[in-house]
Design a binder for this molecule. Sequence first.
Ligand code: T4K
Length: 404
Amino acid sequence: MQATTHETTAQRATPGRPNPGRSGDRPAFDRPLHVGSPNIPDRRRLFERIERALDRGWLTNNGPLVREFEERLRRFTGAAHVLATSNGTTALEVLCRARGLSGEVIVPSFTYIATVHALQWQGLTPVFADIDPETGTLDPDHVQQLITPRTSGIVGVHLWGRPCRVDALQRIADDHGLALLYDAAHALGCELDGRAVGGFGDGEIFSFHATKFVNAFEGGAVATNDPELAERVARMRNFGFGPGREVLTCGTNAKMNEISAAMGLTALENIDEIIAANVLRHDHYQAGLAGIPGVRLRTPGTGEHNNHQYVVMEIDSTVTRVHRDELLTTLHAENVFAQKYFHPGVHRTPAYAQRPDVHQPLPLPGTEALAERVLVLPSGLAVSTSDVDRICEIVRSAVGRPAH
Ligand code: T4K
């Protein structure tokens, strides 16, 4: 199916009518184009599910829609167990706890703040490892160097849907008896050499936040092949209740509700069309940005299958006449709300940089370099291919001429 045919009338919003160029104070687009505009593929189906949930009078606490969502995710990812949660952050917190992490945990700084907060919030000490700037994912050599007697685990992030170097990281984890978890918030539907994300390490987490290509308003999930770990996660997300209503362990409330599951199920049913739409937009960006000196679109590596929810443009400001931040200002003025995902690295945020008790600063050259160079561009069903073409024209005219 042609991906664009999947845009509903409502989602197309005000026509993407770009102005031919900047005239006076009028921006190029007469509506804001956001990274992370929600995909809402089938409202009728969503409302049917919500109506039925309301009629049933069962709104949360492991309801039928949550169980169906988990089962569909299980089949989709191939993971033996999937446990839905209230969001991706609680999924990671519960998974860390259920896996028994303690002391130091090695994690990239080049990620969304939630990855690191989830550790810190559990009283764990995040130890920041560098990334390979080419892939954006953990550098296994640096991870190896950071292991101390206090290290209990590694949390990798499949950044922008690019799977980590899972085999190298697994070897390190096995050699040192460490837990290996993955933040797969960006990586539903992604694969490495035919192996689907969801089955790597001891466990992985997904996010179904409104801004994710499959969204549940707010939502998350833990995926694992380990039945005992799955059981602990199931208890801990529900106050520690066991199957017989006995409170077997300390727990929290990280449950997904039925309305979120209704949304998640509806999006999941349409995942192929959403990915096709993402690919189409990615291709338009690729063509539209081709040949601009100092600008390139990041693409998946060999053996990788990507969901293309993030369109990541890299700007080499030694070549372009503008810095990435100036380009961002230009785009904002045109109603194009690109995002600096992720700048600054978490280790530079006040929450961590000013807390030498929780974080000892280390040089992270790969992280610093990439954080200065990337911009994520609007995509998804709410952005048409002609919008994409126009965004590329804006980029080309802003950076197209060489600096000298
Ligand atoms: N790990 C990683 C690697 C993650 O990227 C994330 C979340 C997590 C863990 C945690 O998962 P959750 O606990 O969130 O399930 C946004 C999202 O809020 C966040 O979920 C996501 N990553 C991150 C990459 O993007 P912000 O701080 O940029 O959010 P905000 O409110 O500035 O929105 C971003 C853009 O989205 C705006 O341009 C407007 C647009 N938007 C947003 C919402 C909420 C919409 O168009 N509609 C909406 O309903 O983090």
